[in-house]
Design a protein around this ligand. Structure first.
Ligand code: THU
Length: 133
C-alpha cells in the first residue's frame, strides 16, 4: 500500500473512533499475509472496561475477512506522539504474528518508528504452553 493511502486509512479510522470518555482516538491498519488491509479504531463504552482498542478491532476485521497472519500493523493516534500498543494489544497481536511481524507507530507528522513484536513482547505466553504432551 502506498504511504499516502495508508495515512488516509489511518486518519479515517482515527476520525471514526468512538472515544467520548478519553478523547484519545486511535486508528490501526493491518496488512495480512495476502497483502489485504484491515482497519480498526478504538470503541469505548460507558462501562469503561467494555471498550476495545484499535489494534484489537483491526485484528477482528482481519479474521472476519479471512486473513490469518499480521505482516505489518500500523498504529496512529490523535496525539502528536507515536502511540505504542498497550500490553493487552501486544498479546492479541502475538496470537496472529510470527518473527517477521512488524509494528509501525506513526506520530502526528506521520514519521514512522518500527519494531518487531519480539522487541515489544519478549518471553510471550502462547499456544506452546498449552500443549499437554
Ligand atoms: N487505546 C488503543 O486503542 N490502543 C492502544 O494500544 C492504547 C490505548 C485506546 C483505548 C482507549 O479507548 C483510549 O485509547 C485511551 O486509553
Amino acid at each position: 500500500m502506498k504511504k499516502a493511502d495508508l495515512i488516509t486509512q489511518l486518519d479515517t479510522a482515527i476520525k471514526r473512533a468512538h472515544a467520548p470518555y478519553s478523547q484519545f482516538h486511535v486508528g490501526a491498519v493491518i496488512t495480512d499475509e495476502n497483502g489485504n488491509n484491515h482497519a480498526g479504531c478504538n470503541v469505548e463504552n460507558a462501562a469503561y472496561p467494555s471498550g476495545c482498542c484499535a489494534e484489537q478491532s483491526a485484528v477482528s476485521n482481519m479474521i472476519v475477512n479471512g486473513g490469518k497472519k499480521i505482516k505489518d500493523i500500523y498504529i496512529k493516534s490523535s496525539s502528536d506522539m507515536a502511540c505504542p500498543p498497550c500490553g493487552n494489544c501486544r498479546q492479541i497481536i502475538s496470537e496472529f504474528s510470527d518473527q517477521e511481524t512488524t509494528i509501525h507507530m506513526l506520530d502526528g507528522k506521520n514519521q514512522v518508528t518500527s519494531c518487531t513484536l519480539e522487541q515489544l513482547l519478549p518471553s510471550k505466553f502462547n499456544a506452546d504452553w498449552l500443549k499437554t504432551e
